[in-house]
Design a protein around this ligand. Structure first.
Ligand code: SF4
Ligand code: SF4
Length: 157
């Protein structure tokens, strides 16, 4: 089994059910990320309807074997526009976030799925459930923006 790239050690069992998002510690907040990598796929937004289409074209920093950002701690040096998700900006971002994203689910008052690593106890469960982007992306470098429409996909859920 591969090591969980996110530090989920020492956390209280089901802490997310016991306190609001605004009261989570930094470690608890980061541990909510299931590691699916779906938020790191480029999207196309229709300016008129606001409809968001997901593509398989990944941000240049996404490693699609681990589904993690290759430079998470210093990513803003390379991708200044990468969003820092927080409890107080979830309302402005939830509409484009993946349907299975733990932050979106909790913001919508829904429970986490059983495959979430905080419940299953292993980071592999998100990949085994088929809800991550593992091995399914194409590179931003090799895919000009005019071709992104050819790479629109349904969210794996
Ligand atoms: S979509 Fe949500 S749960 Fe998945 S990697 Fe992004 S922040 Fe984490
Ligand atoms: S910079 Fe990292 S965290 Fe931000 S979208 Fe790209 S891969 Fe994801």
């Amino acid at each position: 089994m591969s090591k969980d790239p996110i530090d989920r050690t020492g956390l209280k069992r089901r802490f997310w059910e016991k306190k609001p998002l605004t009261e989570l510690s930094e470690q608890e907040w980061e541990a909510l990320c299931d590691g699916c990598g779906k938020c790191c796929l480029n999207k196309l937004e229709d300016e008129d309807t606001g409809e968001v289409a997901l593509t398989r074209v990944a941000c240049r920093l996404l490693d699609d074997s681990t589904c993690r950002c290759a430079q998470y701690d210093i990513r803003h040096h390379f991708i200044p526009e990468c969003i820092v998700l927080k409890p107080d900006n979830l309302d402005t971002h939830a509409y484009w976030m993946p349907q299975t994203c733990a932050y979106r689910l909790l913001w919508e008052g829904k429970p986490l799925y059983d495959w979430h690593p905080l419940i299953s106890g292993t980071a592999e469960s998100v990949h085994e459930a088929g809800v991550s982007v593992r091995d399914m992306t194409v590179s931003e470098f090799e895919t000009p923006i005019e071709e992104w429409e050819d790479h629109i996909i349904e969210e794996p859920i």
